[in-house]
Write a protein that binds this ligand. Structure first.
Ligand code: PEP
Ligand code: MG
Length: 904
């Protein structure tokens, strides 16, 4: 088994294909050598050695690879003409981590390894720059002490012991900046640093370069298991078994004088995707100086430099003198760098993000990788590469991170303004987009303010269906409680409206009309801004810009349509949402939640009258008033979905959600219905349940009050007949919620079929329709074979299925799920990402048992997971006919479904 891979001078033992073994950085360093690019020579210790290290410990691993590492160092010595641990002509190296997936800043790095009192002198002499040599030495002792010897403070609140010493020395000298320290000061610092090391470790600082090297290598392996890295892996689902490689490389210096520099470059624009090489550099600097932001980096190209200067209001003369581009200051290096960037992009066929250093006029490449990019850049770069014949259609689709398409569909914050904005609270990123508005605390106020053409953000402790109208007119919604599938989140996503939910630390006071966030009290009318994609809440009004759906986006959607095997439907409750979703490419409605229509206009009155009635006749009377309104909505939806299936679900939520809870509104209702306030109150109280989500809801309502099912069925069938008469191609599908037993579905299917037959007879014509059920109670999945004897279709309601499988309340879970996530009890919120291991078993069982009874059974999913890429892929691979999601997630689901088909 080969454990150490060398590279240098146009040769390498590894290559770009060996990413798993050599890590991303190691594989690409090898490849750049093979491509003949200037890379400081070095070697990579494999990720497998890291696993062995974790398992067998330091001594065993050092013994195992000692000979290989010695040989590899000899290889670097022969290429550089220098010698490791040699006072006269020392080879200095860097030791860096490099995992399979990039984990920025998570693991450790040691630079300048090989320095000691003897080698520093020869570095000073060779570079002709003693200050540079002693500064490197000072940095090395500090870095080694922090990283290898464990002197870095564990908490951010504690100060680094070396920084403390440095502050003291500067204070004594009366200077502020590190750069004001001279050679003698730096020599003194090295001495003091070493004393600190001895105090801490009880041993002298290691002078031997070999001892330093082993310390550095083992520190990188150790850092794979540090807390930061473990947390990052958990958050990004990177398996521990991947391990990290270690890259040891000859040092090159960008801080050797004014003929040296260091920088980063991108082969295309990572923000817009524009095919424009760009990047930044600093003369006489090390990598960390670029990141630290103390000095202003300069642009690499003249064009980029001019653009930058224009934005900063800097004159062309000033720009040339003070901030020249690399093309102007070091034209040969710039030309070489651009040629390399082009070749790398040609080779990897993707946008590259590169690090380089120029030492004394010679360019060295330190790293290349596929660059991170925005959603817009992702789409544009992939389509440009496809058109240039660099990649094929399937690769283009596989290049999409579906979730990122979302950035293209919503308003976004102005980038510059966002940098200055102050975050005052953080909640769940419940529905993406950007919103700025004045704070209001009730749906009524939201409507009143919106009527006066004001932009509002609706702030609620939690939302209920009563808030729907307020939500519709608000720019965004902020709630204190509620998770990713809370009412506010689901409804907001459906509307494509920005929403931050479950911001537990804010304090909402409805009476005082205030919300306290980030130590400030906001009154009604104060401006705040929400980022529904990150969950951040900002003080004041951060300007937003509208999205533009360019041609490339459409082209990606066409490609998705070409390769997908799974249809994407939408969850939409109104004709408006249905139209929007169809524009995004939805092929039918997978879930129409009829109760959402109950809050529009005056309908809620009729709904309340129905609920408060004491007998069937009273209920029937009230339902009669609702019938034409529901029928009208259904007509609009059938029209919007001409030619496609429309699944309409019968009433689902517990009735107490529809009745008024405030005395004033109760009084009004009592008057209208000719009842006393006490009677209304008593009825409202009687609807109160300990556990409404497990209470009198779903088909349990339709079974106890069949007249509701009758009215809704009639509305659906009549609407279908009316639209059919107008030449619309209708495909109604009636869905029964919360079924757990065969008897339940039989009962409701009978009511539906009898009602439909009656309507057909009255009208003297008919239309084909389907009757199916949600699978959202675990028992339904377990007995799917029986339920399929009655159902024409199944639609997995994974919101409730997750709730009931885990026993986590959809609305209360955020309180502890956040803690669970941070402490590694769960990897992801199961209400967001389908739990394939547990809930997924029930889904699989439901599909298999259902189709065992009825092979042609139509199966889909309509829980929120229907728009989450990994869940969409899971469903597609189970052979579901469709997934259904809120309109703004349709493009995401379409691409994820196409990817599932390509992956096979
Ligand atoms: C579900 O439970 O997954 C579902 C789609 O229904 P609702 O969210 O309306 O309960
Ligand atoms: Mg449900």
């Amino acid at each position: 088994m080969k454990r150490v891979y060398t590279f240098g001078d146009g040769k390498a033992e590894g290559n770009a294909e060996m990413r798993n073994l050599l890590g991303g950085k190691g594989a690409n360093l090898a490849e750049m050598n093979l491509l003949g690019m200037p890379v400081p020579p070095g070697f990579t210790i494999t990720t497998e050695v890291c696993n062995q290290y974790t398992q067998d410990g330091r001594d065993a691993v050092v013994r195992l690879i000692q000979k290989d590492v010695e040989a590899a160092i000899a290889h670097v010595e022969s290429l550089t003409g220098k010698k490791f641990d040699d006072p006269a002509n020392p080879l200095l190296v860097s030791v860096r981590s490099g995992a399979r997936a990039s984990m920025p800043g998570m693991m450790d790095t040691v630079l300048n390894l090989g320095m000691n009192d003897a080698t520093v002198a020869s570095l000073a002499e060779k570079s002709g720059n003693p200050r540079f040599a002693w500064d490197s030495y000072r940095r090395f002792v500090q870095m080694y002490g922090d990283v290898v010897l464990g002197m870095k403070p564990k908490s951010k609140a504690d100060i680094d012991p070396f920084e403390e010493i440095m502050e003291k020395v500067k204070e004594q000298k009366g200077v502020k900046l590190d750069t004001e320290l001279d050679v003698d000061d730096l020599k003194n610092l090295v001495k003091l640093f070493k004393v600190a090391v001895k105090d801490f470790t009880g041993k002298d600082f290691p002078d031997s370069a070999w001892e330093q090297l082993w310390g550095g290598i083992c520190a990188v392996f150790d850092s794979w298991m540090n807390e930061r890295a473990i947390l990052y892996r958990r958050m990004n689902q990177i398996p521990e078994e991947w391990g990290t490689a270690v890259n040891v490389q000859a040092m090159v210096y960008g801080n050797m004088g004014n003929n040296s520099a260091t920088g980063v470059a991108f082969s295309r624009d990572a923000a817009t995707g524009e095919n424009m090489f760009n990047g930044e550099y600093l003369i006489n600097a090390q990598g960390e100086d670029v990141v630290a932001g103390i000095r202003t980096p300069q642009q690499i190209t003249v064009e980029g430099s001019r653009r930058w200067a224009a934005l900063q209001g800097i004159s062309e003369d000033d720009r040339k003198n003070k901030y020249p581009s690399l093309e102007e200051s070091m034209p040969d290096c710039a030309a070489e760098l651009i040629a390399i960037a082009n070749r790398l992009e040609d080779y990897y066929k993707d946008m590259q993000d590169m690090e380089f250093t120029i030492q004394d006029g010679k360019l060295w490449m330190l790293q290349t990788r596929n660059g991170k990019r925005t959603g817009a850049a992702m789409v544009k770069i992939a389509m440009d590469l496809l058109r240039a014949g660099q990649i094929d259609e399937k690769t283009t689709l596989m290049r999409m991170e579906p979730q990122k398409l979302d950035e293209l569909l919503h308003p976004v914050f102005d980038k510059a303004a966002l940098k200055r904005a102050k975050v005052v609270a953080k909640g769940l990123p419940a529905s993406p987009g950007a919103a700025a508005g004045q704070v209001v605390f009730s749906a009524e106020d939201a409507e009143a303010w919106a009527e006066k053409k004001k932009k509002v953000v609706l702030v609620r402790i939690e939302t209920s269906p009563e808030d729907l109208r307020g939500m519709a007119v608000a720019q965004g919604i902020l709630t204190m409680r509620g998770g990713m599938t809370s009412h506010a989140a689901v409804v907001a996503r459906g509307m494509g409206k920005c929403c931050v939910s479950g911001a537990g630390e804010i304090k909402v006071d409805y009476k005082a009309k205030t919300v306290e966030m980030g130590g400030k009290v906001y009154n009604e009318g104060d401006w705040i801004s929400l980022n529904g994609s990150t969950g951040e809440v900002y003080d004041g009004q951060v300007p937003t810009t509208e999205p533009e759906l360019g041609g490339d986006f459409g082209a990606i959607m066409n490609l998705a349509a070409k390769y997908t095997k799974t249809l994407v439907r939408t969850n939409a409750d109104t004709p408006r949402d249905a139209k929007q979703a169809r524009n995004f490419g939805a092929q039918g409605i997978g879930l129409c939640r009829t109760e959402h229509m109950f809050f529009e206009g005056d309908r809620i009155k009729a709904v309340r009258e129905m609920i408060l009635s004491n007998d069937v006749d009273g209920r029937r009377n009230a339902l009669k008033k609702l019938l034409p309104m529901q029928r009208g909505d259904f007509e609009g939806i059938f029209e919007a979905m001409d030619g496609y299936g429309v699944t309409i679900r019968l009433l689902d939520p517990p009735l107490h959600e529809f009745v008024p809870h405030q005395t004033a509104t109760q009084k009004e209702l009592a008057q209208e219905m000719g009842l006393t306030l006490e009677e209304v109150k008593a009825k409202v109280d009687s609807l109160e349940e300990f556990n409404p989500m497990l209470g009198h809801r779903g088909c349990r309502l339709g079974i106890t009050y069949p007249e509701i099912t009758e009215m809704q069925t009639r509305a659906i069938i009549e609407a279908a007949l009316n639209m059919k008469a107008r030449g619309i191609d209708v495909h109604p599908e009636i869905m029964i919620p919360l079924v757990g037993t065969l008897k339940e579905i039989q009962n409701q299917a009978d009511v539906i079929n009898i009602t439909a037959a009656k309507v057909f007879e009255e009208r003297g014509e008919s239309v084909p329709y389907k009757v199916g059920t949600m699978i959202e109670v675990p028992r339904a999945a377990l007995t799917a074979d029986q339920i399929a004897t009655v159902a024409d279709f199944f639609s997995f309601g994974t919101n409730d299925l997750t709730q009931m499988t885990f026993g986590y309340s959809r609305d209360d879970a955020p309180k502890f799920l956040k803690f669970y996530k941070e402490h590694g009890i769960i990897k992801t919120d199961p209400f967001e990402v389908l739990d394939q291991e547990g809930v997924g078993q029930l889904v699989r069982m439901g599909v298999e048992k259902g189709r065992a009874t009825k092979p042609e059974l139509k199966v889909g999913i309509c829980g929120e997971h229907g728009g989450e890429p990994s869940s969409v892929k899971f469903c597609a691979k189970l052979g579901m006919n469709y997934v259904s999601c809120s309109p703004y997630r349709v493009p995401i689901a379409r691409v994820a479904a196409a990817q599932a088909a390509i992956e096979g």
